[in-house]
Design a protein around this ligand. Structure first.
Ligand code: KG4
Ligand code: ZN
Length: 341
C-alpha cells in the first residue's frame, strides 16, 4: 500500500508519499517569492507555476524515496477549498495518474487535512475536540466530533487571521507573506506604547473579525510622521497581541460551549510562538490540553493530505464515482469515511 498525495490549493506546490509505516517523504515548493511583489497571491500565476512544477516535484520525491510509479496503490489530491485554477492542477494530474494505473483517487478537504496535521507522527488525536483553524484563507472554530463530523461554531466575518497578519506586515514594510516576519519584529517591541482594539471580544459567541484591526493599525501609523524601526516593532507587537488575545479568548469560549477539554490548533498561524505560549498558559490554568502540529506541518503541505487520506482509507473510505473540484466546500458538508452525504 503506497499513497501519493498532491496539494496545489494556493501558492505551495506540495507532494507526499505515505505507506503503512507512515510518511515516507514529502516536498514543498513555495511560490511566495513569486507573488511577493504583488503583495498577495495572483491566481493565474499560481496555477501556471503549479502546472510547471508539480511533475518535476513528484519525480524528485520518487528519486528521494526510492519509490516508483508502479508502487502506487492510491492517489489523493486536495479537491477544495482553494483557488479554482490552482486546485485543478493537482486534481487533474492526480486523477490522470490514478486512471492510468487503475488505482483509486480520493479528493481531500484542505481544512480537514489541516485539522488532522497535528496527528502526523506517532500521536493519535482522538476526537472529540475543538479545532482552531487559523490560516491565510480561514479562521474557524470547529467542533470535531469524529473524522468527517464537524460543526462550525465560529468564524471570521471578514479577513482570516493570517490574511490580517499579511496585510499588517505590508503596512509595516515587510514582504508578503509577512506573518512570521511580523512576529519576529514584534519580539523587539515594547508592550506599553500602543494599544489596538480587540475586535468582537466584548460580544458573546465565537464569531471573529480582523479587518478593522488592520485599519486601526493604519490610522495609528499615520499619527507617526516618520515611523522608526522601534515604532514599527512596537506596532507589530500591539497588532500581534490583539490577534492572539482574540484567538485565545474565542477558543476557550468554544471549549466552554462544547464541554470539550482538548484544543487542536492548526494552519499557518498556528506556527506563531506568541499564540502558542498564550494558549498553553491559558490551558495550564484550566484542565485543557492544547495540541499543535509540528512547525513543519503548520503551513500548507501534502503530508497532511496524505495523512488524512490514509486515515479515511483505514476507516473504510471507498472511492467516489466522481470527485469534483470544490473551490468553496464547507467542512460541515463532509461525512465520516464509508458514508455519503
Ligand atoms: O495554512 P497556510 O500555509 O495557507 C493557507 O491555507 O492559507 O497559512 C499561511 C498563513 C499566511 O498568512 C502566513 O503569514 C501565516 O500563515 N503565518 C504566520 C506565521 N507563519 C505563517 N502568521 C503569524 N505568525 C507566524 N509565525
Ligand atoms: Zn492551508
Amino acid at each position: 500500500m503506497t499513497l501519493l498525495a498532491l496539494e496545489t490549493s494556493c501558492d505551495e506546490t506540495a507532494v507526499a508519499l505515505y505507506d503503512r509505516a507512515g510518511l515516507v517523504g514529502h516536498r514543498i515548493q513555495s511560490q511566495a517569492a513569486r507573488h511577493a511583489r504583488f503583495g498577495g497571491v495572483v491566481p493565474e500565476l499560481a496555477s501556471r507555476d503549479h502546472a510547471r512544477d508539480l511533475l518535476p516535484l513528484i519525480e524528485q520525491l520518487f528519486r528521494g524515496t526510492g519509490k516508483r510509479l508502479r508502487d502506487l496503490t492510491a492517489v489523493a489530491a486536495t479537491a477544495g477549498p482553494g483557488l479554482p485554477g490552482a486546485l485543478h492542477v493537482a486534481h487533474a494530474l492526480g486523477q490522470s495518474v490514478a486512471f492510468a494505473r487503475g488505482i483509486p483517487f480520493f479528493g481531500i478537504h484542505h481544512l480537514e487535512a489541516h485539522i488532522f496535521s497535528a496527528d502526523l507522527g506517532s500521536r493519535r488525536l482522538d476526537p472529540p475536540f475543538v479545532a482552531l483553524v487559523v490560516s491565510g484563507g480561514h479562521t474557524e472554530l470547529v467542533a470535531v466530533r469524529a473524522l468527517g463530523r464537524y460543526q462550525l461554531l465560529g468564524a471570521t466575518r471578514d479577513d482570516a487571521a493570517g490574511e490580517a497578519f499579511d496585510k499588517a506586515a505590508l503596512l509595516l514594510g515587510l514582504p508578503y507573506p509577512g506573518g512570521a516576519a511580523l512576529s519576529r519584529l514584534a519580539r523587539e517591541g515594547h508592550r506599553e506604547r500602543f494599544e489596538l482594539p480587540r475586535p468582537m471580544l466584548d460580544q458573546s459567541g465565537c464569531e471573529m473579525s480582523f479587518s478593522g484591526l488592520k485599519t486601526a493599525l493604519l490610522y495609528m501609523l499615520r499619527t507617526l510622521p516618520k515611523p522608526t524601526a522601534a515604532d514599527r516593532a512596537d506596532l507589530a507587537l500591539a497588532f500581534e497581541t490583539s490577534v492572539v488575545e482574540v484567538l485565545v479568548e474565542k477558543s476557550f469560549r468554544t471549549l466552554t460551549e462544547t464541554g470539550y477539554s482538548k484544543l487542536v490548533v492548526c494552519g499557518g498561524v498556528s506556527a506563531n510562538e506568541r499564540l502558542r505560549e498564550a494558549l498553553c498558559a491559558r490551558a495550564e490554568a484550566s484542565a485543557v490540553r492544547v495540541v499543535f502540529p509540528s512547525p513543519e506541518f503548520c503551513t500548507d503541505n501534502a503530508a497532511m493530505i496524505a495523512h488524512v487520506a490514509w486515515l479515511r482509507l483505514e476507516a473504510g473510505e471507498r472511492p467516489a464515482d466522481s470527485v469534483p473540484v470544490r473551490p468553496r466546500w464547507p467542512l460541515e458538508s463532509l461525512t465520516p469515511p464509508g458514508t455519503r452525504a
